[in-house]
Design a protein around this ligand. Structure first.
Ligand code: DON
Length: 598
């Protein structure tokens, strides 16, 4: 590890690389190179956090920390924590700002999963704020009259893909349970920013410019993101008074102000009248939305307890399967850059995804063998398949303990690449890991009252049957689509040691599992773990992150029999480690997040 200086600013301690410090007596010149102009209004601690990330160094803190995908959102969360708020309070404030400054990824029109470690009780709780299918949906939601699956993008844009949003209800549920601060106060910073305007970030501007055809299909969406026929540019000041008004309603009435009344009416009208692709959502669907508490899925991994979100997310079970198989091998002694290490991890991931495809869906609708899939004996037997020198020629789902009369067919549709991850530890020691989404970038491209509606229903299988069997993850009325989101908290001796998670579609599972391997098994600090090149093999093609050292593994992996391709792997990991010396945070340079603490 390179040497570090601890710079105390405004009562905060942020670890900075010495190089960044030596460049000048203040931080300006070094940071000015990396910090986009859009973030020029940031506080000094936030700028230091950005510099640390750019230098590949974790940020250190003593009492609390927040990591999220946009520095403006992180600063608002830090204010809440500094004032003594809980991690749940900070999440509400962060999510409200993310919905404004990173609207392409998450917001009031989407859904989220939350994992909570409670310092007072030592318990882990998971809350499911996933979008739900309208009661009018059928298994043939995304099929032509002939029963053929619709082309993916034909299904995404418009009303058909919109599920009942869960994020507003989840924000309220978490706040009711674990919040201390005044609800309306937590929404106030986002309201102010929406009224005053925020500077469009480079990533947002790039995504707006790259999505002209879809973003300009509906007038309200076009008017906000492509005003006067031109895309919003980096640094442009964007006001969003409609969003401010929606948040005021939420502040005054709670989530009920979203799920009933004029906001709900406008959502339903936008969905049902979407030209060319109207949807099914009704006022009743919104009024009956509920956050569901689910049992956490936890496994032992080399003495650590890895806990996450069970069905309808596939995240925790699939990560448990990957790690459970790898636990049969001495991974900590293996070279992180060796082909054989990645043969093992890649094929462990492929096997886990084969099970995921067959068995995981909304457990309120389909029996999911959670115990069987994560049982050590079952995983040890699956791991035996990995005792070889080359790639597995074929990968099929296994037979975990289960009533196989209840068998369903596999869904191998990968979820597509928006989404955001928030990791928080508060001064009382509570930890929160939440992955939040509107599914694809800009969701269904329907913009209502200052926020975008999700296209989460396209996470269902478009096919309803395979080989005469119903597909577990097919659409059904009131069902929640399978997710890959993997908000994770790792415990040791009952206390949290890592909080992590990422956006990125199905590869979320690999990004998260691999960040844990890098940190827990190879002892890398959280920023270095995040920065490592990605190698992801979920469905048979090994995708190596292009432009990184992973490219060097293409030839040896091919020689082992893998099909290999280079590609972008845009994770957005936000990771906090909690150790005897305090908190250590990292944020993914592939997106625009920072970790900030004191
Ligand atoms: O729930 C899921 O797994 C997906 N809807 C997440 C989509 C996503 O992460 C896109 N990321 N860039």
């Amino acid at each position: 590890m390179r040497s570090m200086l601890i710079v105390a600013t405004l009562g905060s301690a942020v670890a900075l690389p010495v190089a960044a410090q030596q460049a000048s007596d203040v931080l300006e010149p070094e940071i000015a190179v990396a910090l986009p102009d859009a973030f020029s209004g940031l506080s000094e601690p936030a700028r230091a956090a950005w510099a640390a990330r750019e230098a590949g160094q974790p940020v250190q803190a003593e009492r609390w920390m927040v990591a999220a995908a946009n520095p403006m959102a992180v600063e608002v969360g830090a204010e809440v924590l500094r004032a003594g708020g809980s991690a749940a309070d900070a999440m509400v404030a962060v999510q409200a700002v993310l919905g404004l400054v990173e609207p392409q990824s998450s917001g009031l029109g989407g859904g989220a999963f939350l994992v909570w470690y409670d310092a007072a009780t030592g318990e882990v709780t998971t809350l499911d704020g996933r979008e739900t299918a309208p009661m009018a949906a059928t298994p043939r939601l995304f099929q032509t009259e002939e029963g053929e699956p619709l082309p993916f993008w034909d299904a995404v844009v418009g009303g058909l893909s919109v599920g009942t949003p869960g994020t507003p209800a989840l924000m309220e549920a978490a706040h009711r349970r674990w919040g201390q601060a005044n609800w309306a106060d937590l929404l106030a910073p986002a309201i102010r920013l929406a009224e005053m305007g925020f500077a469009v970030s480079p990533r947002l501007a790039g995504q707006i410019a790259g999505d002209e055809e879809r973003l300009t299909r509906y007038p309200a969406t076009a008017a906000y993101f492509w005003p006067d026929g031109a895309p919003l540019e980096v640094g442009a000041l964007r006001r969003n008074p409609d969003y401010a008004e929606t948040l005021r309603i939420l502040a005054a009435e709670g989530a009920a102000g979203f799920y009933r009344g004029p906001v709900a009416e406008d959502i339903v009208a936008a969905v049902r009248s979407a030209e060319g692709n109207p949807g099914l959502l009704s006022l009743d669907d919104l009024a009956r939305y509920r956050v569901v508490e689910r049992p956490p899925v936890c496994i032992d991994y080399r003495g650590a307890e890895v806990c996450g979100m069970g069905p309808p997310s596939s995240g925790a079970i699939t990560i448990a399967q990957i790690l459970g198989k790898l636990a049969q091998f001495d991974l900590p002694a293996m070279d992180p850059d060796a082909p054989d290490t990645w043969r093992l991890i890649g094929d462990a991931t492929r096997l886990a995804f084969a099970d995921r495809g067959r068995y995981i869906a909304d457990s309120d609708f389909v029996p999911v063998p959670v115990q069987g899939m994560t049982a050590p004996g079952y995983l040890a037997s699956r791991a035996e398949l990995l005792g070889r020198d080359d790639a597995l020629p074929e990968v099929a789902p296994g037979l975990p303990e289960f009533d196989h009369a209840l068998m369903r067919a596999s869904d191998t549709d990968p979820e597509r690449p928006a989404t955001s991850h928030i990791s928080i530890v508060d001064a009382a020691g509570n930890a929160l890991s939440m992955t939040t989404t509107i599914e694809s970038g800009f969701g269904a491209r329907l913009f209502v009252r200052g926020f975008l509606l999700n296209n989460e229903l396209t996470d269902f299988s478009f096919r309803s049957h395979a080989d005469g069997w119903p597909i577990a993850n097919r659409a059904e009325p009131g069902k929640r689509p399978r997710s890959s989101m993997s908000p994770t908290i790792v415990l040791r001796d009952g206390a949290p040691v890592v909080v992590t998670g990422s956006p990125g579609g199905a590869p979320i599972i690999s990004y998260t599992a691999n960040s844990l391997i890098a940190h827990l098994d190879w002892g890398l600090d959280v920023q270095t773990a995040i920065d490592r090149p990605h190698l992801v093999n979920a469905f048979g093609t090994y995708i190596l992150e292009e432009g990184t050292a992973a490219e060097a593994l293409a030839e040896p992996l091919e020689a082992m029999g893998f099909t290999v391709r280079l590609g972008a792997r845009t994770s957005g990991l936000q990771m906090i480690a909690i150790g005897p010396d305090g908190l250590s945070g990292g944020a993914d340079r592939r997106r625009e997040g920072i970790a900030l603490g004191e």
